[in-house]
Design a protein around this ligand. Structure first.
Ligand SMILES: O=P(O)(O)OC[C@H]1O[C@](O)(CO)[C@@H](O)[C@@H]1O
Length: 424
């Protein structure tokens, strides 16, 4: 379902020592041992999901769609990127959904954004889904302070029936508030970290509300869970982790995730958080960057071709598309493009992929390809699970705990001190 190609030799990547190390990581992972193993709930989450839970998600999504024209999803990091990635990958570019929209908030602190959002939804029926595992993250909490007041002013006592909270089962300011106000609640499991939470209510409720088939999404993730659990050189999750690590050891410390499909832009953003927060610790880790081609061939392409040689490129290639255009023969050929007639734009991109990959390889940029058949719920589910699993292998190869993020506290402390937060 996902296959991984590499411009180098797999024998050089999967040395005997590396295979032994990967095998031991594999054993530790599935025995749920090793650093951060208390956060391995995502590993068998898709297969453990009950129909009852999925039905509850679907029913709540239906309720939201029947009471509102807009769902505002408040969250940041793992509490927004998974849903945003799936929705953006699946929805049309334009006319997204004239009857129902999902809009995100609380992923930055822009007064203009929030003010304009409240003005935008003023003539629409609104529901809120506020998502925070800790229940204390400042950006979503601030956005919720404004939006909760907005809802209460607009709907009075009925506001509570339009507010849905996804947070920890036992702790956090958001939980206290939700209980106090009687908001419907969904749980972020203790053993699933934010960036691994897309298949929990964190991702599923907004995705279902946006009108997508969460059962197909979970079937894809479940297939990935099943197929990728076997240890072997052909396991794509293991191959990708091993290639990344081998390149890292050779000094390629930056990975550029490239795609030709603008709808995958938020899959790239989700991937950046996943790998960046999982691996970037103790002075180690590959810095994850992303580009959308051919757009960025006209900006960052120069650097990638010719700049400092510490980066490798991984292409996320979607093999098939269901909507396309074919270049037609023009009578006058004034634009001199008749040589392309008969070619579909998708085929143009697949050829561009080959050409760019060849040129960048010649420029000293090692090439990795992550190939997926198509973009639908099933394949996105498969792909996201693949990345999560591979990320765990990759971080363990660096001898890093993939599931914590101690570094994000430092900037928070500095901001709180400057803002005179009590206790800082
Ligand atoms: O869901 P929460 O607790 O609000 O956290 C949001 C994000 O903030 C972080 O804790 C730090 O950036 C991420 O790991 C997490 O996804």
């Amino acid at each position: 379902m996902v296959s991984v190609t590499y411009s180098g030799q797999m024998e050089d990547v999967l040395t005997e020592t590396k295979k032994e190390k990967l095998e031991s990581i594999h054993r530790g992972l599935y025995a749920k041992e090793g650093a951060g193993s208390e956060f391995l709930g995502w590993l068998d989450w898709p297969s453990g999901l009950s129909q009852e839970f999925l039905d509850q998600i679907k029913q709540t999504a239906e309720q939201i769609r029947s009471q509102a024209d807009v769902l505002i999803v408040i969250g940041i990091g793992g509490s927004y990127l998974g849903a945003k990635a799936v929705i953006e990958a699946l929805q049309p570019h334009f006319e997204k959904n004239p009857e129902f929209e999902v809009i995100f908030a609380g992923h930055q602190v822009s007064g203009a954004y929030l003010k304009q959002l409240m003005a935008y939804v003023d003539d629409k029926e609104v529901a809120l889904n506020v998502i925070s595992k800790s229940g204390t993250t400042t950006e979503p909490a601030l956005a919720f302070r404004f939006l909760q007041q907005y809802m209460q002013e607009r709907y009075g006592a009925d506001a509570a029936s339009r507010i849905y909270v996804t947070t920890d089962e036992n702790k956090g300011a958001l939980l206290t508030l939700a209980k106090e106000q009687g908001y419907k609640r969904f749980v972020v499991p203790d053993d699933v970290g934010g960036r691994y939470s897309v298949f929990t209510a964190v991702g599923l409720l907004p995705i279902a509300a946006a009108g997508f088939d969460v059962e197909r999404l979970i079937s894809g993730a479940k297939a990935a869970e099943e197929e990728l659990k076997t240890f072997g050189e052909d396991n794509p999750a293991i191959r990708y982790a091993a290639i990344r690590h081998s390149l890292y050891e050779q000094g390629y410390t930056n990975e550029v995730l490239a795609t030709f499909e603008p709808k995958l832009n938020f899959v790239q953003e989700w991937w950046k958080q996943l790998f960046g927060e999982s691996e970037g610790k103790e002075g180690k880790g590959i810095f994850p960057v992303s580009v959308v081609y051919t757009t960025d061939l006209h900006s960052l392409g120069q650097y990638i071709q010719d700049g400092k040689r510490n980066l490798f490129e991984s292409f996320l290639v979607v093999e098939e598309t269901d909507e396309d255009l074919e270049v037609f023969e023009a009578d006058n050929n004034l634009d001199q493009l008749n040589y392309l007639s008969g070619l579909s734009l998708h085929d143009f991109n697949l050829t561009a992929y080959k050409g760019v990959s060849e040129a960048h390889l010649n420029g000293g940029v090692p090439q990795v390809g992550i190939h997926v058949n198509q973009m639908d719920e099933y394949h996105v589910g498969y792909l996201l699970y693949f990345y999560m699993l591979s990320c765990a292998y990759s971080a363990y190869l660096l001898e890093i705990n993939p599931f914590n993020q101690p570094g994000v506290e430092d900037y928070k402390t500095a901001i709180f001190r400057l803002l005179n937060k009590p206790g800082y």
